[in-house]
Design a protein. Structure first.
Length: 95
């Protein structure tokens, strides 16, 4: 299997980027960042210029969803792997 082309998790959320903005960062322990201080490396940041369109709760939920991406990908890979094994067992490929 080829190496992933994305930054591995875990990812964390930083709300101190700017007023109303959210930053998504790598975990400091696994990716200490360029300066070796603070958070890890920044994955992305986003801010809604129209705060009436996306309220604080929606922006926070979006940040949590983005930060959970590596964990969700790992879970999906496990589900797919177990489904393949179950199908092989049903077909008599695995004894």
């Amino acid at each position: 299997m080829s190496k992933p082309k994305f930054t591995p998790g875990p990812w964390t959320i930083d709300t101190t980027v700017a007023l109303g903005a959210y930053g998504i960062w790598t975990d400091y322990a696994t990716h200490p960042g360029h300066d070796g201080q603070g958070y890890g490396s920044q994955i992305c940041s986003f801010w809604s210029g129209n705060q009436q369109l996306f309220d604080k709760e929606t922006r926070a939920a979006n940040a949590r969803l983005i930060a959970a991406a590596p964990t969700m990908l790992a879970a999906l890979k496990c589900i797919l792997a177990s489904d393949i094994v179950m199908r092989e067992e049903d077909e008599g490929v695995v004894s």
